[in-house]
Design a protein around this ligand. Sequence first.
Ligand SMILES: [Zn+2]
Length: 157
Amino acid sequence: MAILTKITRNVDTRAWHDTFPVHYSYTPGEAGLKFFTNLKEKGVFTGAKCSCCGKVYVPPRIYCEECFEEITDFIKLPATGSIESFTIVKEDIDGKSLGGRKAVGFIRIDSSSGGFLGNILCKNPDDVKTGMKVKARMKPASKRQGLMNDIEGFELV
Ligand SMILES: [Zn+2]
């Protein structure tokens, strides 16, 4: 089925078995720009702290979802956190074997209400448990690009 194929029966819309060309530009916004700039240049996490209720967002935001106040206070956050949830994977996103197993999880960053998905860097994924403390490992400064991939993963501490 080509992208411009006219569909005349609604049962034909159940699956798409082809490629879909998508070209786009991503704009991270004011808060995202601060986050990615500091990640690239300093290797640190940047959060946004609401001056009204004190909630700390990471990734940062420019408005508080709790009290709708504008947030102008951007703060450096620790590179530490805890494993809130995780799974063990054997294949990449394209279904190709990783040649082994690895743990991937959601890490709640300390002193914040947010966090990130990331690789959990450990020798044996079976040792991973929710609640374990971790520390982010960043790429070397010369290799950082201001992308989430600048975070190599989270090491157990
Ligand atoms: Zn607030």
